[in-house]
Design a protein around this ligand. Structure first.
Ligand code: TEU
Ligand code: CA
Length: 477
């Protein structure tokens, strides 16, 4: 089957599947235990064979890695553990030869506290970069300005001793939030985006993009009043006239908002990741308190979006990513019906209207990590919430059960290439434990097996590419 180069294909992303790579856990080329860009390049033939149209690459920029790269210290350079700018150029070029685009993860709600802008901003209240971040005076008692909480636990405000003000961090203290109200900051972001687009990338996945219009004083976070103005401006300044994909991560989006973000006349994004089919199974204590799977609820969440975006707007279709548990573990039965669960979920996801995403390892039915002790975890969110639970006198056993079901490290164990040592991921010591089931669940075992989960994914991806009825047809529940 011949495939058009992705650049000449109008809205190529409507007939492509996108493959998400979490670089730290994909393939390690130099035995330091951390996956890297040369490792990704060595697997491009595998990805071409799977039939994908683009890779969504989780962040590889310079970073202290407090949140595995979602804390960017330099938008225009690559973290040494992942490689160099020359490596990324080679990845872009070698992927293009195989008609695969590179979609860069872009984190512009916040930077790392190691970013040069933040160093300037915190140096004095008069520094011109001060206003790139969000500062407030202490409350009268000297405490944080208000009760906003960080998604990673604790107050969302951290005191800067030198200048005597608090800065906002909706994630870790090492991830200060950028102030999108500042026009100079916005111009710097757009210039940086164009710098990447000119390098030949196929687009951006935009981290927590619905937070950029926040109004911290009023405790409005997602969907702030100026969010759509910023997105339209960003589109005009960067994406307009380029045949690239822009997918926004929007945890709070409803189907109605989905049309606002991705509709024909909105000129904002190509599509958004919505999470209603994920969060409908979270209990009162959020993700650490998982509810039982309910097929009717799951179908309703997906069908609501299919209906709302049937004639305008575009869906992104996903059942797993680097923040979520493995889909086959969360929604399927890995004990008695592992293969059937993995293939059924794939069929559902790939035959709806929208662009399907495959998270690394999903295509071979990788399962949850099976961690039972806190020292097996690496994720900042899990570790912080564990500490908070213990400090508040909560039950660590109950927390660990929640983390085993829903924690982010479930998806971050190394990609299982072979049954051999460390699943063929590294010749060194992996940064996080390899799942013991790599002895049976691995790429090598499924390659050439027509009944494998891998073969099923390959078929689904090929169908979308070759049959317009699948990429553009109507969907009836
Ligand atoms: O995720 C946003 C996000 O809100 C989730 O990580 C959330 O904190 C959690 O899973 C819900 O309890 C994005 C990235 O995908 C994630 O990896 C980053 O850690 C986060 O933003 C900060 O950049
Ligand atoms: Ca490495």
């Amino acid at each position: 089957m011949t495939r058009k180069p992705y650049r000449d294909d109008l809205q190529w992303w409507k007939s492509s599947a996108i493959y998400q790579i979490y670089p730290r856990s994909f393939c390690d080329s130099n035995a330091d235990g951390i996956g890297d860009i040369p490792g990704i390049i060595s697997k491009l033939d595998y990805l071409a064979d799977l039939g994908i149209g683009a890779i969504w690459l989780s962040p590889v920029y310079t970073s202290p890695m407090e949140d595995n790269g979602y804390d960017i210290a330099d938008y225009r350079d690559i973290a040494p553990e992942f490689g160099t700018l020359a490596d990324i150029d080679r990845l872009i070029a070698e992927a293009a030869e195989r008609h695969i685009g590179i979609v860069m993860d872009l984190v512009v709600n916040h930077t790392s506290s190691d970013h040069a802008w933040f160093a300037e901003a915190r140096s004095s209240r008069e520094n011109p970069k001060r206003d790139y971040y969000i500062w407030r005076d202490p409350a009268p008692d000297g405490g944080p300005p208000n009760t906003l909480r960080s998604y990673f636990g604790g107050s969302a405000w951290a005191l800067d001793e030198v200048t005597g003000q608090y800065y906002l961090h909706l994630f870790a203290p090492g991830q200060p939030d950028l102030n999108w109200e500042n026009p100079d900051l916005r111009a710097e972001i757009y210039a940086m985006m164009n710098w990447w687009l000119d390098r030949g990338i196929a687009g951006f996945r935009m981290d927590v993009i619905d937070l950029i219009g926040k109004e911290p004083n009023r405790q409005i976070l997602n969907n702030g009043p100026r969010l759509h103005d910023y997105l339209k401006e960003m589109h005009r300044e960067t994406l307009a006239g380029r045949n690239v994909l822009a997918v926004g991560e929007t945890w709070e989006a409803t189907p109605e908002m989905g049309v606002l973000f991705s509709g024909r006349s909105s000129k904002e994004l190509s599509m958004v990741f919505q999470f209603q089919h994920v969060t409908c199974f979270w209990g009162d204590a959020g993700k650490w308190d998982p509810k039982l799977f309910d097929l009717v609820l799951f179908k309703k969440a997906l069908n609501d979006w299919q209906r709302a975006l049937a004639s305008d707007g575009w869906n992104s279709l996903f059942i797993s990513n680097h923040d979520l548990p493995r889909a086959v573990s969360r929604y399927g039965d890995v004990t008695d019906h592992w293969r059937e669960s993995a293939t059924a979920l794939a069929t559902v996801n790939h035959l709806m209207r929208g662009t399907p995403y495959v998270y690394q390892g999903e295509e071979i039915g990788m399962t949850n990590a099976g961690f039972t002790a806190i020292d097996q975890y690496r994720d900042v969110e899990t570790l912080n919430h564990y500490e908070e639970t213990v400090a508040d006198g909560g039950d660590p056993k109950a927390f660990l059960a929640g983390a085993a079901a829903n924690g982010r490290d479930n998806a971050r164990t190394p990609m299982q290439w072979t049954a051999g040592k460390n699943a063929g991921f590294t010749a060194g010591v992996p940064w996080i434990e390899v799942n013991t089931n790599h002895a049976t669940i691995n790429v090598e075992a499924q390659t050439g097996d027509k009944k494998s989960v891998l073969a099923h994914y390959r078929t689904l991806i090929a169908l979308r590419r070759s049959h317009k009825v699948i990429s553009l047809g109507d969907y009836t529940p």
